[in-house]
Design a protein around this ligand. Structure first.
Ligand code: ADP
Length: 387
């Protein structure tokens, strides 16, 4: 029997990133792509693994119609395989979901309750779940959570110093980017098994950015907290902020919650500091002092957290970079590692310029690992299909 195909879905308000794998012992990637501008004149970008991408106009479509369009155009790559499993990236799994879960009505209802904790992501993730269930009623549907990897956090990294009842009401440090940390931890175990029980710090530096201390493959501490705003500055998000700033904005500037949300999520970070862009490539190419300052602040916060992550697990055996910036920006990696000999961190400039896997010249391993959140989702679906 031909094994079925697995569709992974990462849905935002106006986009769906997707990939399609053949199920089997280990999923084999066939197709990867994205639908952009859903709700407007949507464009489907699709191609096989590592190959050229086609760009196809699919008109004004809903999320559900976009999913059908993906499947129509994916047919060319699938040799007649039908989609038997669908994996959804769902940003928030709250306190309860520490592993992937099969999506049924009751589970979806519990995930809807978490929408206030991730208002800019969770509703879109769940809209895609509903659309996919309508479009593929017979497929197994699985949710994979960005928070799940961190559920093993020790209590001190799970809480804020608020009155205890707030912890019980779910105001906790959930941590995010868990699918990326899970993938990278798996790769570390595969590439460098001697680090499997070591003290590892992973820096996921993309448009969203966070860091995680990982020991024995488990999250010990991470920079993101209750929402995906905390920790490092990001493309357009502010990162760590004194909560007094919010009180000031509300009480003295009379800003509404919508205005503050827009400011903190969409207008801050690299974009806000530079006054230009959230794109690191453009910032690196610019000769404006504000661009250099935005990079300096980004690097400064990464270095601060690197110290904190090392301290949280009594030292560091490996620093691993991933995400669009972590994997590709030699400048950011060099600046992060400069003067870090006290943590055993020193890197080879040539290896760094080549985005090589291994950069270290000091006793702490420094690595660049391409993250692959889709594969983590595909594996979870594959496992469910295999019973
Ligand atoms: P997302 O969090 O949206 O998945 P990515 O992980 O793709 O984002 O990261 C996007 C970031 O990576 C952007 O700031 C982009 O400029 C940066 N980036 C990608 N390629 C390079 C490069 N060659 N040099 C520097 N930065 C890069």
């Amino acid at each position: 029997m031909t094994p079925g195909a697995i569709l992974t879905i990462n849905a935002g308000s106006s986009s769906i990133k997707f990939s399609i794998y053949s199920a089997g012992e280990e999923p084999v990637e066939r197709v990867r792509g994205e639908v952009e501008d859903i709700g407007d004149d949507a464009i489907l970008e699709i191609g096989d693994h590592g190959g050229e991408k086609r760009r196809i106009g699919i008109g004004r479509v809903s999320h559900e119609a976009a999913l059908t369009a993906i499947l129509d155009h994916a047919d060319d790559f699938l040799d007649g395989q039908a989609v038997t499993g669908i994996g959804h990236r769902v940003v928030h799994g709250g306190v309860d979901f520490a592993r992937p879960v099969r999506l049924d009505d009751a589970t979806i209802a519990r995930l809807v309750e978490l929408e206030p904790l991730a208002p800019l992501h969770q509703p879109h993730n769940l809209a895609a779940v509903r659309a996919a269930r309508r479009a593929f009623p017979d497929a197994v549907q699985i949710a994979c959570f960005d928070t799940a990897f961190h559920r093993a956090h020790p209590w001190v990294n799970d809480t804020f110093a608020l009155p205890r009842e707030w912890y019980d009401r779910g105001v906790r440090r959930y941590g995010f980017h868990g699918l990326s940390y899970e993938y990278v931890s798996g790769e570390i175990a595969r590439i460098a098994p001697e680090l499997q029980h070591g003290r590892v710090v992973i820096a996921h530096l993309g448009n969203g950015a966070s860091m995680c201390a990982v020991r024995d493959g488990r999250s010990v501490a991470s920079t993101m907290g209750f929402t995906a705003l905390d920790g490092l500055p990001m493309g357009t998000r502010c990162g760590q902020l004194d909560p007094g700033v919010l009180l000031y904005m509300m009480d003295h500037e009379k800003m509404t919650s919508d205005q503050i949300t827009d400011l903190l999520y969409r207008k801050s970070g690299l974009k806000g500091l530079s006054g230009m862009t959230n794109d690191m490539r453009e910032l690196e190419a610019s000769d404006r002092p504000e661009a250099a300052e935005a990079i300096d602040y980004f690097v400064f916060r990464i270095r601060r957290e690197l110290g904190a992550m090392a301290a949280s697990q009594g030292g560091i055996d490996a620093l691993v970079f991933c995400g669009g910036i972590g994997e590709n920006s030699a400048l950011v990696r060099r600046k992060v590692c400069e003067g870090m000999e006290w943590l055993g961190i020193a890197i080879d400039e040539t290896a760094n310029a080549e985005n090589a896997l291994e950069l270290a010249t000091g006793k702490t391993r420094v690595m660049v690992i391409r993250t692959d959140e889709e594969r983590v989702i595909a594996r979870a679906v594959n496992a469910a299909l295999n019973g």
